[in-house]
Design a protein. Structure first.
Length: 285
């Protein structure tokens, strides 16, 4: 009888210790899981994405879809002289106006204005007109001309001469990139098949906006936070004294720097999830 009593007591003790041991452990796991979920959850952002030359708004399709999956709102306006608008004599001012009109028509506020390549000059001029609507400006492998400069002023002398010759030879004030140049500099990490497919999506670029001198005095007085997103394999302009980083980025003064791996026009299409995550890092508070 005594033996049975001891066994019962022991069983009760084991049960109590087991419950006491498990309960705190379960609580800890629940709290840890909740904290992890809270720390990884991103505050929803609104992005306005501005494409560059030899592209259309469709350039952003894959990356925009990934940003939306993360819970963010994304707008990809098409600007004058591109997409369905075949005006080869479009000016930089008209491009700026088309983006500003889009922003005002949709009454967009508190958004991240991100520009790629030539789009860097567009976000500069747009921000001068609607500064109070913009939360942060992000340059993504983008040109950032100084006041009084053009985008073409950022090119090495040899590249500038080549673009001028292509413009003059076009007969319609556009520049069409030769495939070998496009393949080795704009999509250098792509396979040949990918490069050929992307080249078909690279329309002739209206030349005038590339060569226009821009009044950017107001831009360089704005206090809007800025970021520079740089992909290390981008050779659209030669790395070194003319490269996107540190040459173009250095024009911005104080800025947040975000780095990733990829080239000028391939990675947005082939690694959209990674690009979305980099854009969030560049745009977050």
């Amino acid at each position: 009888m005594k033996s049975i009593h001891i066994k019962i007591v022991l069983a009760l003790c084991i049960s109590i210790f087991t419950i006491m041991g498990l309960q705190p452990s379960n609580q800890h796991s629940t709290v840890a899981a909740a904290n992890h979920k809270s720390s990884t959850k991103q505050t929803p952002l609104t992005f306005v994405l501005i494409h560059g030359s030899w592209a259309t708004a469709g350039f952003w399709d894959e990356t925009a879809a990934e940003l939306r999956k993360l819970g963010h709102t994304v707008y990809t306006p098409e600007y004058a002289g591109h997409g369905a608008d075949k005006n080869n004599n479009v000016t930089h001012e008209q491009i700026t106006k088309s983006v500003v009109d889009y922003i005002k028509q949709k009454d967009l506020k508190d958004f991240i204005l991100l520009g790629h390549s030539f789009g860097g000059s567009v976000i500069q001029t747009v921000s001068q007109q609607v500064p109070d609507r913009i939360k942060r400006i992000v340059f993504f492998d983008a040109f950032a001309p100084l006041d009084g400069q053009s985008v073409a002023d950022q090119f090495p002398a040899e590249s500038l001469k080549s673009f001028e010759q292509l413009r003059d030879a076009s007969g319609n004030n556009t520049i069409t990139l030769p495939f070998p140049l496009f393949r080795d500099t704009f999509v250098n990490t792509a396979s040949l098949a990918q490069a050929q497919a992307f080249y078909k999506q690279a329309p002739p670029e209206p030349a005038t906006p590339l060569f226009e001198k821009l009044d950017l005095k107001k831009f360089y007085s704005l206090q809007i936070p800025k970021s520079y997103l740089y992909l290390t394999e981008d050779t659209a302009i030669p790395q070194g004294p003319y490269g996107f980083h540190p040459t173009q980025s250095s024009h911005l003064g104080v800025f947040r720097f975000i780095e990733g791996k990829g080239d000028h026009m391939t990675t947005v299409r082939t690694e959209p999830k990674m690009m979305a995550e980099l854009m969030v890092k560049a745009g977050r508070d």
